[in-house]
Ligand binder design. Structure first.
Ligand code: COA
Length: 179
């Protein structure tokens, strides 16, 4: 008996989604769940962002994804929308959960979710290496789309005036083999 085309497509979609879920569940530590942020997460996100001394403005819940463990938000990150571009921002893992792959997992998820060319700015060589492993490459302020030039302009000024090691990066190549 021939399988109708629509059924075949459904089977393929189910199989692909299944593989995706298996891949995700294997990559996060047991008990951790990745999910879109909800209204109840606002204060947890604010706390994470403030404690990490990141920009506490423009925290739009609908742009955030979080990782939860035992009912607590232990990591967050967002995709900020600009005209013709997106920024990966507010990526924070609570200190007790760092170096266990959560940051990489969440960043990879946000990269997959991005629908526009993706940019970020980061401070220091360790973070630059972290993002390089995720396929980001350093670019100059001049290479930014117009919509991001103003926002990233402040940190560039700080870089030039006070020698603060801020790097602008664009997602532009294959994700490296970190894990
Ligand atoms: C940046 C940040 C989000 C990374 O989160 P994280 O969960 O610690 O990241 P990961 O665990 O995926 O990777 C971090 C390090 O752990 C190592 N690591 C990851 N998983 C590992 C594992 N299973 N075993 C051993 N080491 C591992 C990685 O190699 C990496 O090391 P390196 O950066 O020195 O090369 C986190 O450090 C943080 O919240 N920092 C403060 C906020 C901040 O600066 N955010 C970035 C704004 S641009």
């Amino acid at each position: 008996m021939a399988i109708p085309q629509y059924a075949l497509e459904d089977i393929i979609t189910l199989f692909t989604n299944g593989l995706h879920m298996i891949e995700q569940s294997y990559s996060l530590p047991a008990g951790c769940i990745l999910r879109p942020a909800s209204a109840q997460d606002l204060w947890s996100i604010r706390k994470l962002v403030l404690r990490a001394k990141l920009d506490p403005t423009q925290l739009r819940l609908q742009q955030f994804w979080v990782i939860e463990s035992e009912g607590q938000v232990v990591a967050c990150g967002q995709l900020r929308n600009f005209s013709g571009a997106q920024e990966l921002g507010s990526l924070v893992v609570t200190p007790t959960w760092r170096d266990r792959g959560l940051g990489t997992f969440l960043a990879k998820h946000l990269i997959q979710k991005a629908t526009q060319p993706l940019y970020l700015e980061c401070l220091g060589k360790r973070l630059e290496k972290f993002y390089t492993c995720l396929g980001f490459v350093p670019i100059s302020w001049q290479e930014l789309p117009q919509s991001l030039k103003f926002k990233f302009g402040f940190s560039q000024l700080a870089r030039i005036l006070f020698k603060i090691p801020v790097t602008i990066m664009k997602q532009g190549s294959e994700i490296g083999g970190r894990r």
